[in-house]
Design a protein around this ligand. Structure first.
Ligand SMILES: *Cc1c(COP(=O)(O)O)cnc(C)c1O
Length: 600
């Protein structure tokens, strides 16, 4: 680096100190610190948030003194609290209640490295709580539990350190190795008398008469799928039907001979529809590849990210299995050695993964609410009641709510693959994706589930469903009053309502996420709000009031520059109460009686 690239005089930190003066003498030898000066003013390099000037949080080598720290932290706290109060645009529960019970553990290290069912020589772990959480979800999702290593039908799972992105990645990794004929964990675990593994192959071999594509899985997912799936197939180098179709069979797109292959499976009604996968089109695409002997990997959405849509999992799964059965891919032999017809295992030639990031967290309770007559419609079945379902993931920070990303991955013991390498060092099999795994998340999820009964969760699920209905009604009324098409829509049973993107100030105020869709030949930028547990009718009313101002949808100026709330504790401001708000109050009361809080 040349000195022309260095700017040691750049004002740095809360006191605008020239950068080279921020060092103690101890760290400066010959007048030159042994670290690199900035090449450019970092304050102008990054996009700032107006509430927290970057200067206040910059980290000089000396650290911050007590006053500087207090000022910086207060700014950040105020920003976080305000945005928490208005947070309406993502499927994430934003107000939490853990600190009174769990702050102790911020000074404890909990690391669940390795398999959750093996306690490991790394004793600072929360695997005992992790197993309780996993058993809870195994029961909720109708898997066979408890987990037993010697029972292939029992569930196996682990708690994720990332959210469903990791669950999708792990699910697809498992699927890829399973379908491409790698070694099952149960075979690798089988030992002969001398303690050596009886099966040592690493890659199945094609036998005389098998399709040349027998171990070349092809992935299918819909156009409404989360970007983590696209990323997962890239990372894992899994071919999608689009890649294989457009390279090997460019003129044979079965959805329209002579037209280009779509990149993803179309949803019903395309971008204008509700967002659920088009099972008929999926069937046509799957048949094309199954008939050529490719194993089939399907990922279905249970609560799609933008429209909150539920794929018809039962219909899609049955359709895939039936098509696969026609081509010998429902159950097939995976041969372990060339020329030995007797050395094989039986596995399915398809894999169905469920991305239930949000939906898997609350739909079971919604179904119970339906059974109790509290809501009008039941959500579609998505879980291990369906024999075709191979793996499932859910995010912990979405429905339940957590201060960071976390989640659950679940599959069946008999579907597990042998880990790439033994892991004697940690004293537990390396069956998960990460090395070190977040042990605090297990504690958080355990805490939440210990404090919320099924009854509590059923009431919350029913209330959020009603709240989404309320937001939908209010926005439809607004649309009518304004006489403008605001594209207001809610997919069946979704917790989200989508509408035309408003002014940038409102997008920011409510953290509304946007998505541009091509609908009827027109580019439309939508936003959505999510009726999560923390959302109130008051906040929906406030949003609708903000959206009513001239300039909210057109033009650059808002008539009444919607003020950002400076403090969370101003929540009790004179916001006129909607008459319907009493229903929510009743709910709070009933929870208070039951000894639990509504949102905690
Ligand atoms: C949020 C989401 C994901 C990703 O989950 P993270 O927890 O953010 O990793 C995956 N799929 C769907 C449908 C989602 O909504």
């Amino acid at each position: 680096m040349t000195s022309a690239d260095n700017h040691p005089d750049i004002p740095f930190g809360p006191e605008d100190t020239p950068w080279q003066k921020t060092f103690s003498r101890l760290r400066v030898l010959d007048g030159l610190p042994r670290v690199t000066p900035p090449s450019y003013d970092p304050r102008s390099a990054y996009m700032d948030i107006p509430e927290v000037p970057y200067a206040k949080v910059q980290l000089p080598p000396s650290g911050l003194d007590a006053d500087q720290y207090a000022e910086a932290e207060a700014l950040f706290r105020s920003y976080t609290d305000t945005q928490t109060h208005n947070f309406a645009g993502y499927q994430v529960t934003s107000d939490l209640n853990y600190r009174d019970r769990l702050s102790h553990y911020l000074d404890r290290h909990l690391n669940n490295v390795g398999d959750p069912y093996q306690s490991s020589s790394y004793t600072l772990n929360s695997k005992i709580l992790e197993r309780a959480v996993l058993d809870y979800f195994a029961s909720l999702w109708n898997a066979k539990w408890p987990h037993r290593n010697d029972d292939p039908d029992s569930y196996w799972g682990y708690l994720l350190t990332m959210g469903s992105s990791e669950g999708n990645l792990y699910g697809l990794w498992n699927a890829r190795d399973y379908l491409s004929g790698k070694l099952l964990r149960q075979q690798g675990g089988r030992r002969d008398g001398k303690g050596t593994a009886t099966v040592t192959y690493t890659q199945a071999l094609r036998q005389e008469g098998q399709s040349p594509h027998a171990y070349h899985p092809v992935a299918f997912f819909s156009q409404d799928t989360h970007y983590s799936l696209t990323k997962a197939v890239r990372v894992l180098d899994i071919d999608t039907f689009h890649t294989v179709g457009s390279t090997r069979y460019p003129d044979e797109n079965p959805l329209g001979p002579g037209t280009p292959w779509p990149t993803e499976v179309p949803s019903v009604g395309g971008t204008a529809g509700d967002g659920a996968i088009d099972v008929d089109k999926l069937a046509i695409l799957v048949r094309f590849f199954a008939s050529k002997g490719y194993p089939i990997l399907v990922s279905l959405n249970y609560g799609s990210t933008f429209k909150g849509a539920y794929d018809d999992v039962a219909a899609a799964a049955r359709t895939v299995r039936e098509i696969c059965a026609e081509y010998g891919l429902d159950e097939r032999r995976v041969y372990h050695a060339r020329g030995n017809e007797n050395d094989y295992d039986l596995r399915s030639g398809y894999w169905i993964h469920i991305d239930g990031a949000l939906g898997a967290g609350y739909a079971p309770y919604l179904e119970m609410a339906y059974d109790a007559g509290m809501v009008e419609d039941a959500p579609p079945v998505f879980d291990f009641r369906l024999p075709e379902v191979h793996s499932l993931t859910m995010s912990g920070h979405k429905w339940i709510g957590a201060p960071w990303a976390c989640g659950v991955f679940m599959s069946r013991t008999g579907l597990q693959m042998t880990p790439p390498k033994s892991s004697e060092y940690i004293g537990a099999a390396d069956t998960t994706f990460a090395g070190s795994r977040n042990g605090f998340s297990a504690l958080l999820l355990w805490d939440y589930l210990a404090r919320h009964s099924y009854d509590d969760q059923i009431r919350l699920a029913a209330e959020c469903d009603r709240l989404a209905g309320y937001a939908h009604d209010r926005l439809l009324t607004l649309q009518e009053k304004l006489g403008t098409d605001l594209w207001v829509a809610r997919s069946p049973l979704a917790l989200t309502v989508r509408f035309r993107q408003p002014h940038a100030d409102l997008v920011r105020k409510y953290s509304l996420s946007s998505e541009t869709l091509r609908v009827d030949g027109e580019e439309r930028t939508y936003v959505h709000l999510y009726a999560m547990k923390h959302l109130t009718r008051e906040l929906i009313d406030e949003l609708v009031r903000d959206l009513r101002q001239p300039g909210a949808f057109h033009g650059t100026e808002l008539s009444d520059a919607a003020p950002l709330r400076p403090q969370l504790n101003m929540l009790t401001d004179a916001v006129p109460q909607a008459p319907e708000a009493t229903e929510k109050t009743d709910l709070v009361m009933s929870h208070a009686v039951a000894g639990t809080s509504l949102t905690g």
